[in-house]
Design a binder for this molecule. Structure first.
Ligand SMILES: [Zn+2]
Length: 260
């Protein structure tokens, strides 16, 4: 955790400080070694948020692009009292989770249903194979900033683990020579994805002013429409084909009998 409470004020970890966890109210100790980024750690060694992971510089740098009052937001399930800490929650209620490490699909789904309107920002530099795949094939990607386009075979560019599920995923490949734009991907259930490119500054700006949330909700609706229409069209095609096959078979039976 980046923030703990001391006298009801959110404070960053500094050597020697003690505070309370804003989630569970337990004692937390400032950890300010050289090995890991300065953080607060529960004195009893048990994090109250079972999804909490050690933060990286990448993580912290992203969170700090947002106002302090939008970072590390405690969220509680009214029914089960379960507590989780959202990395960022904008004033418009969009949760942004910055994900460096691998996450199994079950936990991913659990987080998505807990947070509701959320997006993932994924560190594309964690695995060498991930960023190699992207930078090798990137020259074939020519999206205009902000203009979504259909990407067939998204697995040729992006880590396959993130290509299932309905929630938008934003890939941060950081850039080997200067900052690389972010790629925002919506996976469809039709085997292709919708991708758009957005600069880092624009992303932060539209996340903060609510535009990003509106756009995601709009895209989700559009994709659902396309998926439903496709399913309907395929069903009609199948029915037509079945009718043709049936007519052909009955003709063959009739004429076949006559010739015998
Ligand atoms: Zn706690």
């Amino acid at each position: 955790m980046q923030f703990a409470l001391i006298d009801q004020t959110r404070v960053e970890a500094k050597p020697g400080l003690k505070g309370t966890c804003p989630g569970c109210g337990q004692l937390v100790i400032a950890k300010c070694g050289t090995h890991r980024i300065h953080h607060w750690s529960h004195f009893n060694k048990r994090e109250c948020d079972s999804w909490w992971e050690p933060e990286t510089e990448w993580h912290r740098a992203w969170k700090n692009k947002f106002p302090v009052e939008c970072q590390e937001i405690i969220m509680q399930d009214q029914r089960t009292s379960e507590i989780h800490i959202a990395d960022v929650r904008t004033a418009h209620g969009l949760v942004i989770e910055f994900q460096h490490s691998h996450i199994d699909p079950q936990e991913r789904n659990a987080r998505q249903s807990f947070y509701g309107n959320m997006v993932w920002v994924v560190d594309g530099m964690r695995l060498k194979s991930d960023h190699q795949r992207f930078f090798n094939n990137k020259s074939q990607l020519f999206p205009e900033i902000g203009k979504p386009f259909n990407l067939h075979r998204p697995e040729d560019y992006f880590p396959a683990a993130w290509l299932r599920g309905f929630i938008p995923v934003i890939f941060d490949f950081r850039g080997l020579e200067g900052p690389e734009d972010l790629y925002c991907l919506f996976a469809t259930r039709l085997g292709y994805a919708i991708v758009t490119r957005v600069s880092r500054d624009t992303f932060v700006q539209i996340a903060a002013n609510g535009e990003l949330l509106r756009w995601f909700l709009h895209m989700a609706k559009e994709i659902t429409n396309v998926e439903q229409q496709t399913v309907k069209r395929l069903a009609i095609q199948r029915q037509r084909q079945a009718n043709i096959d049936f007519n052909k078979a009955s003709r063959m039976l009739r004429y076949g009998k006559g010739r015998r």
